[in-house]
Design a protein around this ligand. Sequence first.
Ligand SMILES: NC(=O)c1ccc[n+]([C@@H]2O[C@H](COP(=O)([O-])OP(=O)(O)OC[C@H]3O[C@@H](n4cnc5c(N)ncnc54)[C@H](O)[C@@H]3O)[C@@H](O)[C@H]2O)c1
Length: 308
Amino acid sequence: MSKVIVTGGLGFIGSNIVDLLIETGYEVAIVDNLSTGSKKNMNRKAKFYQKDICNADLLNVFKKEKPEYVVHEAAQINVRKSFSDPVFDAGVNVVGSVNLLECCRKTGVEKIVYASSGGAIYGEPEHIPADEKHAIRPLSPYGASKYTVEKYLSIYKKNYGIDYVSLRYANVYGPRQDPLGEAGVISIFINKLLGKISPIIYGDGEQTRDFVYVKDVARANLKALETSTPGTEYNIGTGVETSVNKLFEKIKEATGSSENAFHGKAASGEVRRISLDIRLAGKELGWKPETALDAGLKETVEWFRKRA
Ligand SMILES: NC(=O)c1ccc[n+]([C@@H]2O[C@H](COP(=O)([O-])OP(=O)(O)OC[C@H]3O[C@@H](n4cnc5c(N)ncnc54)[C@H](O)[C@@H]3O)[C@@H](O)[C@H]2O)c1
């Protein structure tokens, strides 16, 4: 049975990936510092190391576990925080990732699957949907940090033969997303509406996003791990643009709420419109999303209801 280390495996996306890997028959060890992750997300069949990816003794985990694969989800994910504390953002996202890469190099890891961000690295797209060849123009330190790691991955592949796939996620949503965090408009709206509170829509609400369901993202990670691909960067989204206003209406319907939203000041460092061209992932990874937004919202609302 192949072994995988999943960094950030107690977080929203990471824990969904861990569940799928274990269900598929992989042995999984989680590395997470619990900064935003939760033990509630822990799969009992996984091993858990409470460790920071920036810490030098991460190497001991790698020496002990000797994983064939690494799925790297751990990160500082808050765009606003990347502006208020860019040193911390780069410390975790860039230096922490290089520390991880060094562990992979020293212990002979074969392949890394990395969580990049299609929403944060292309900037305001010149064409929609944005494909992988779109110019890279991040608008935030967070976006710059996510892209920088792709460059390190290519250097480690070229020099040390460590294979990798970078998955450039769109806006991921679904069960376990933290509604108290800054990312995750869907979980924030659902949580507020179920609590009978009017949420805030930043700006006029006509900004668009590409919302992809977390279980589809977990499947993309499995495909990336198991498929020998000609390329290394793949967009993971739906190709569908949805405005925040439209999204709010859909969530209102899914929750049966009668609350209305307030409009607040537009957030900085965020694009006006985005959706990702996912044809390359279809062709080379054999992946496409299977959950339509309405169905995914329904499952997510059910999960939040049960949790409450
Ligand atoms: N959620 C999205 O829409 C989205 C979009 C694009 C890319 N991503 C990327 O996907 C990945 C997962 O994001 P998420 O939404 O699940 O966020 P999350 O905050 O739920 O998960 C991140 C996990 O990493 C852990 N972590 C953070 N810093 C760490 C450190 N220094 N050492 C060890 N563990 C650490 C956290 O405790 C948490 O469990 C991130 O790399 C993020 O940049 C997410």
